[in-house]
Design a protein around this ligand. Structure first.
Ligand code: SF4
Ligand code: SF4
Length: 173
């Protein structure tokens, strides 16, 4: 007998329960980076500067339950809000499903491992700065939060050869 399809392949976003909805977040932390919007052109720029509540190592909010109290302009995602938001990164689980895509291999729901979002280079770990020490946002404009995974990085295997890591599955030199 074939395995039943996971909930995100069978349910509409609006029909998911709270636990299912919350689990769509891959924990990348990209949405907790500050963005700048040009008032004249409406152009959006990403920065590498994170909300002070973001734990830069785990890439999780330090007080998720009270985030709206601690940071009043923190945006709570809902199925309805997704239609009005243009700043979610292309890697975001919510955005991918809203665009009719599947969750990517690094998503913890797919990989079964909460660390794959970090090892795949999707999360902000190691490349975000807290707003507490960043200074002017304009000095920290970057484009990587608006892009999909970084190019494959060379990695050394046990026999000291150098190979390109392309996907999780073929990383087997
Ligand atoms: S960008 Fe999307 S997947 Fe990443 S932390 Fe934010 S809500 Fe979660
Ligand atoms: S309060 Fe938490 S969830 Fe909201 S932007 Fe800051 S770190 Fe992210």
């Amino acid at each position: 007998m074939s395995k039943p399809l996971p909930f995100w392949k069978t349910k509409r976003l609006a029909d998911m329960n709270q636990a299912e909805w919350e689990s769509l977040c891959d924990g990348c932390g990209r949405c907790c980076l500050h963005k700048l919007r040009d008032e004249a052109t409406d152009e959006l720029s990403f920065t590498e500067v994170a909300c002070h509540m973001l734990d830069l190592r785990t890439c999780r909010c330090q007080d998720y339950a009270n985030r709206k109290i601690r940071v009043p302009d923190c945006v709570g995602l809902t199925p309805g809000e997704l239609r009005n938001i243009d700043w979610l990164p292309p890697t975001c689980g919510y955005r991918r499903l809203a665009e009719g895509k599947d969750l990517a291999w690094w998503h913890p729901l797919v990989s079964g491992d909460p660390d794959t979002v970090h090892t795949a280079g999707i999360s902000v770990r190691g490349r975000a700065i807290s707003e507490r020490r960043a200074g002017e946002l304009e000095a920290h404009i970057v484009d990587w939060p608006g892009r999909s995974p970084r190019p494959p990085r060379p990695t050394k295997c046990a026999t000291n050869c150098t190979t390109k890591r392309t996907t999780k599955e073929n990383n087997s030199c």
